[in-house]
Design a protein around this ligand. Structure first.
Ligand SMILES: O=C(O)/C=C\C(=O)CC(=O)CC(=O)O
Length: 227
């Protein structure tokens, strides 16, 4: 690895720590990326629901002022925001690339990432749903996921191979799979999105994706149905 890629990393650095919540789709994206790149890490679970949410406690606010997961302690730095973290990993650990070489394919990966990470997930995030209220939250989440998935499916109709963009797994796939889980959680009818469903099914058995799944997280409640 060249010296400017990872200026503060040394073999004596402690193992990275990922502040994560089992069902957080943003934590899940980073777990997949770490697993794909075979970067060992420890999980520090932050419960988003226990006692009003551990993400709001003073200690964690020092780690992530947005009071959200994930946060990643790596190379002597604390990084927040899942997409920024994935790009950092890509730039410092280029093994098993998550962006294609071709600039147009890269643009397509970023487009799909952006649709999901800006255009869908933030609108159905826990803090928003709390604000929307118990009575309306399901319909609200369905509305925004459906709207976004229409655009994702359209993008995939020209970009997809085996995965979101061509035949290599990319950041777009790291974002898509957790969003499909959220869609199912809110009972979105996924039949109009056959390409999304096909790619989700394709990645289900991938070991990096399996290990990152909520049901395989240390903080996943044991009593969860369909574990
Ligand atoms: O267990 C819970 O109900 C609390 C939080 C979540 O699911 C995580 C989210 O807010 C959704 C997400 O990350 O997309």
């Amino acid at each position: 690895m060249s010296t400017n890629l990872c200026p503060n990393a040394s073999s004596s650095d402690p193992q990275p720590i990922l502040y994560s919540y089992w069902r957080s789709s943003c934590s899940w994206r980073v777990r997949i990326a770490m697993n794909l790149k075979e970067i060992p890490y420890d999980i520090k679970p932050i419960s988003l629901i226990k006692s009003g949410g551990e993400q709001h406690c003073n200690e964690y606010r020092e780690v992530n002022p947005m009071e959200q997961v994930p946060a990643l302690q790596i190379d002597g730095h604390t990084l927040i925001e899942s997409v920024a973290i994935m790009h950092y990993l890509e730039e410092t650990r280029p093994q098993r690339p998550l962006l294609p070489q071709d600039v147009h394919k890269r643009a397509k990966v970023r487009e799909i990432v952006e649709i999901i990470c800006s255009g869908i997930q933030p609108l159905q995030n826990l803090i928003v749903l709390i604000h929307v209220g118990e009575e309306k939250k399901k319909e609200w989440a369905q509305h925004w996921i459906t709207r976004g998935f229409r655009a994702v499916e359209k993008a995939l109709s020209t970009s997809a191979g085996k995965y979101c963009v061509g035949d290599e797994i990319s950041m777009a796939d790291c974002c898509l799979v957790p969003q499909v889980f959220n869609a199912r959680r809110f009972h979105v009818d996924l039949r109009p999105y056959p390409i999304i469903l096909r790619i989700d099914r394709e990645l289900e058995s991938n070991p990096a994706f399996r290990a990152a799944h909520p049901s395989n997280q240390p903080d996943c409640p044991p009593e969860l149905p369909n574990k």
